[in-house]
Design a protein around this ligand. Structure first.
Ligand code: RB5
Length: 147
């Protein structure tokens, strides 16, 4: 089921793609809260990953999207937060499966890796795909014990 709101963030490398994905989400009727950055001026991605993850940890948002050059730095930073399950994706199968099996609550992608069309497709799968639970619940609970 499509979520109603989402939090989004990027560094300078992801800024332009973040803005495009934000417009795409808003066009689909999803309310977007942007933690920045707000320009292509050089900045440090862990800061924005941290700001976004805290919003999820506080229960203000269920899911978030982080964009940097590769998506990798953002996913490493996000996964250092308890309760955050961040997946760096550049194909639609992974974006769908990480919702169904991992209950991923943060999607990361790289603006230097994928284009706008694929980023929007990944975003739609991330916002619209339900977690399957069942046999996956035990494994997801184990993930939360690792931090
Ligand atoms: C910034 O140049 C780049 O290192 C960053 O956006 C990201 O790709 C890190 O993982």
């Amino acid at each position: 089921m499509k979520i109603k709101k989402i939090v989004i963030g990027s560094d300078h490398a992801g800024y332009e793609l973040k803005e495009k994905v934000k417009a795409h989400l808003e066009n689909r009727g999803i309310t977007v809260f942007d933690v920045g950055t707000d320009s292509t001026d050089s900045c440090d991605y862990p800061m924005f990953a941290d700001a976004l993850c805290k919003k999820i940890q506080l229960g203000e948002f269920e899911r978030g999207i982080l964009v940097c050059g590769t998506g990798i730095g953002m996913s490493i930073a996000a996964n250092k937060h308890k309760g955050i399950r961040a997946a760096c994706c550049s194909d639609t199968y992974s974006a769908k499966m990480t919702r169904q099996h991992n209950d991923a609550n943060v999607l990361c992608f790289g603006a230097r890796v994928i284009g706008e069309g694929l980023a929007c497709d990944l975003t739609d799968l991330f916002t619209d795909t339900d977690y399957e639970g069942g046999k996956h619940a035990r494994r997801v609970a184990m993930l939360d014990e690792l931090l």
